[in-house]
Structure formats: C-alpha cells, structure tokens
Design a protein around this ligand. Structure first.
Ligand code: UT7
Length: 323
C-alpha cells in the first residue's frame, strides 16, 4: 500500500510581532482579557506589500531545505488559503512560478481554518492513487487583511503566517505501524455558514469584505466537531489517545484545545500549543505548530501525530500520521 510520508517541513512568520497591549491603544480591550479568553499573547502581521504568496514561498523554501531536495521531483503544489493574493489565479501558481517550477500542477484549496487538513487529505488521495510522487502542501494566510480593526471581538484573534510540508509516496504494509498518513477524516456542514464568514466576495459584493464571527457559537460547536473526527480516525486505524505521541491541533483558542484534549483523554504534555505566539493563522496554524515542535526536537521520526482543525463553513477534519 502506498503511504504519504512527510519528508520536509518549514514555516515562516512576518517580522512584526504585535503584542496584545498594542490593541489597548485603539480598542476597549486588555492583554488580560485576550490571554484569559484565548491564550493569545501576540500575533505576526505581514508588512505593507507582503502577501500570502511571499509567506508561502518562504515556508516552501524552508521545507525544501529541511527535506534536502530541490523542486525537480515535486509533482504538485496544493496551497490552502482563504486570503489569496488575487481572486485568481491561484496563489499556488504564483508560488510554483517563484520556485522556478515549469512542470507539474498547482492549485489552491479553501476550507478556511480546516484548509491544511483538507489539503493534506487531497494530497494523500493523489499519492495513494499513484498520480503524484511528491507534493507540497502549504497553508498560508494574511488574515490581517480581512480583519475589521474596529471589531474587538475578532481582530485580536487572528494573525499571519505560513507553513509547508512535503509529502512523498512510500511503500507501506497497510497497517497502523506504517510511516506516513494513516487516515484522513473531513467533514463540512454549510448550515453553519453565517456563524463565521467574510461579508464580501467577487460574485456578491465585488469587494473583499471583512471577517465576521459569532465567536460563542463557533466555540459551542468546536469541541464536539473536533472530537468527532478524532474518534473517527481512531475507528479507522485501531489507535487511540494512548498511542499518540503528539496532538497538533488548529490553534484558535487555548480553551478549545484544552477542552478537546481533556475530552479525548490526551495528556497535556502531548499537546503542541503555539497559539500564544501566532494567534489564529487559519490554514497556516497546523504546519506552523508542527514546524515549531519539529525544530525544538519534540516530533521525531516514528512518532504518531494527530492533526485536527475546525473552522468556517463549518468545516472540520483530522489527519492521523506516523512521522
Ligand atoms: O478557527 C476557528 C474559528 N474560531 C474559533 O474557534 C473561535 C471560537 N470562539 C472563541 O474563541 C471565543 O468565543 C472568543 C475568544 C471569540 C470569545 O470568548 P468568549 O469567552 O466566548 O467571550 P464572549 O464572546 O462571551 O464575550 C464575553 C464578553 C462580552 O461582553 P459582555 O457582553 O459580557 O458585556 C464581549 O463583548 O467579552 C467582551 N469582549 C471583549 N472584551 C474585551 C469580546 N471581545 C473582547 C475583547 N476585549 N477583545
């Protein structure tokens, strides 16, 4: 059986780190409220003129260096973003161009905060069906561009960044002992579309629009949806929380992460949390967190890693892999 194995990982955050205290200058909010309700202490903000493709390119180059390969062997780029440089073409083709790739194909995928999980799931299908041997999966966002900076209920939550992994086809035995992606579980339910959305778009308003969220409603659904797809991953593989070495969740709110881990009986020391440094970077949050845990030596070859995300749509999903 063909498995999709991670052979490289990289990430990038813009130079400017914006601390919570900076919001106190123009909003009725406080560092204390933000930390207590979300765990966020700072977020990175792209410089003027710095785009999603810029962030993605940095992360992609870091992943190539980490894998010790060039772009020659890459067949496909799948880039998850809700903040593309342009309505079209896909930001992925801009990244393909900048990396000097004339071969293969590149496209964007859009599942908001679940984007990286949906992109990994798509990539895994291409690899297991034999259509691609090596795939770039990138999550890259500049959410600072779609925030209403006068709305304290949303603008303090999000940040900019990018992360990338390279997946490679490797032969496995078809058991949960295999290296690589063991199962992917994705879901969506459009009946929740008005709880987290952007109030603009080319076809509706001909504007980009701003992010709108009923935070409490999203929070109310998050833990149930996250645990649902993780339990489905356990069902598909025969593994359980005790088998996990690392839990690398989407980084939206530390309270959501803690509650999910508690419900699933995942030990706190196995949970990778970077929300304090990055805020919610939507599709970029999982590969950013993965890269932090890889570079600081936590995630090692052979480790069992659970990724999960939940976001606008609603969309939600999990990827269970052996590193
Ligand atoms: O990536 C996936 C999508 N996003 C999420 O997963 C986010 C999900 N939601 C959340 O993380 C939380 O619901 C929030 C962090 C957005 C809000 O936390 P909460 O504990 O649900 O607070 P709340 O919305 O119930 O607001 C409590 C109070 C309200 O005041 P009143 O009505 O009690 O007087 C808000 O107006 O806090 C107020 N508030 C703030 N106060 C200071 C809301 N935002 C702020 C703020 N600073 N930035």
């Amino acid at each position: 059986m063909i498995r999709s194995v991670v052979i490289g990982c990289g990430s990038y955050t813009p130079a400017k780190a914006m601390k919570n205290a900076e919001f106190e200058e123009f909003l009725e909010t406080s560092d204390e409220w933000i930390v207590q309700r979300t765990g966020i202490e700072q977020r990175h903000i792209a410089a003027e003129g710095e785009t999603t493709a810029d962030l993605a390119e940095h992360a992609a180059r870091a992943a190539l260096e980490n894998a010790g390969i060039g772009v020659d062997g890459i067949d496909l780029i799948i880039l998850a973003t809700s903040t593309p440089d342009n309505t079209f073409p896909a930001t992925a083709v801009e990244v393909q161009h900048r990396l000097g790739m004339k071969h293969g194909a590149a496209f964007d995928t859009q599942a908001v905060c679940s984007g990286f999980v949906f992109a990994m799931t798509t990539a895994d299908q291409y690899i297991r069906s034999g259509q691609a041997k090596r795939i770039f999966v990138i999550g890259a966002e500049t959410f600072s561009r779609i925030l209403d900076w006068k709305d304290r209920t949303t603008c303090v939550l999000f940040g900019d960044g990018a992360g990338a992994v390279i997946l490679e086809a490797k032969e496995g035995a078809g058991t949960s002992e295999d290296q690589g992606i063991l199962t992917c579980q994705i879901r969506s339910d459009g009946s929740h579309k008005d709880k987290l959305y952007v109030d603009g778009g080319p076809s509706s308003t001909q504007t980009t629009g701003f992010l709108r969220m009923e935070g409490k409603e999203v929070f109310r659904h998050a833990v149930g949806m996250i645990t649902d797809v993780i339990i489905a991953a356990y069902g598909a593989t025969g593994l359980n929380s005790d088998d996990l070495d690392w839990f690398v969740p989407h980084q939206a709110n530390k309270r959501i992460i803690d509650a999910s881990a508690k419900k699933l009986r995942i030990a706190p020391e196995k949970v990778v949390i970077t929300v304090q440094k990055h805020g919610n970077t939507s599709a970029a949050s999982i590969p950013l967190a993965l890269d932090v845990a890889l570079k600081d030596g936590r995630v090692k070859r052979g480790d069992v890693v659970m990724l999960e995300a939940m976001g606008g749509g609603f969309t939600w999903g999990s990827v269970l892999l052996r590193w």
